[in-house]
Design a protein around this ligand. Structure first.
Ligand code: CA
Length: 235
């Protein structure tokens, strides 16, 4: 990715915080536009696409949650990183339920901030690339991201919504270890202490579909004591 083509929009009303963020994002090579209110942000977003919206939660006028809400109502899919001074769990949940993609509580570490920005951009980049070709391939397996049909070594399978959800999470986090807690929470919305047998059964099923030898998985690997890891191109 050539970062100088990546236009970010920052909405932050506290000048010293805004200054620091703009400086660091520009250092990283991004193109940054900074505004101080939600109204200004909506105006700009209506005129021009941005790759990412970095949105302070507490703003004069309409607040970050309202901006988020309005954008999602207009079916604007722009990735949103929400910033807030209130670090409560409730705010985090509200923010995410209003359509923010990620969340960072102030005061935050600049390095973490930049990592989150890069992470969200990478995710969008991946999604765009996948949507353009509309399929995902690993080994002989090919998954149609529109029809949810999988072509494997043994035939064609119609994947269920849950199977697709878990697969997309694996593809998105390719090569990374996903903890059982994270998988349960993101796919089933379950608290970690919930019965986790469901997850194991799913993994067994995915291995049966996609592995050459389900007892010796190449793609859907168990990382003992930590969770699972999907590998697109095993050695
Ligand atoms: Ca603020």
């Amino acid at each position: 990715m050539n970062k100088s083509n990546i236009a970010l929009l920052l909405v932050e009303d506290e000048p010293h915080i805004a200054q620091g963020l703009v400086f660091n994002l520009e250092e990283e090579g991004y193109q940054v536009t900074h505004v101080e209110s939600g109204e200004q942000a909506l105006e700009l977003l209506a005129k021009k696409p941005y790759a990412l919206l970095i949105l302070d939660l507490s703003l004069p006028g309409i607040d970050g949650l309202e901006v988020c809400n309005l954008l999602r109502e207009q079916e604007d899919q722009i990735p949103i990183l929400m910033l807030t001074a209130r670090g409560s769990e409730q705010d985090r949940i509200t923010g995410l339920s209003k359509g923010a993609d990620d969340y960072l509580a102030k005061p935050f570490n600049l390095k973490e901030f930049l990592l989150r920005v890069a992470g969200l951009l990478r995710r969008t980049h991946w999604q765009t690339a996948q949507l353009e070709n509309k399929h995902y391939q690993f080994g002989v397996n090919r998954i149609d991201l529109e029809t949810h049909q999988a072509t494997t070594a043994t035939g064609t399978i119609q994947l269920t919504e849950l199977e697709m959800k878990i697969l997309l999470l694996f593809f998105d986090q390719e090569g990374k270890i996903l903890s059982r807690e994270k998988l349960l929470k993101q796919v089933w919305g379950m608290a970690p202490e919930t019965e986790t047998r469901t997850l194991d059964n799913f993994i067994v099923r995915l291995r049966k579909y996609f592995e050459i030898d389900p007892t010796k998985p190449d793609y859907f690997r168990t990382v003992r004591g930590r969770g699972y890891r999907f590998v697109q191109n095993p050695e």
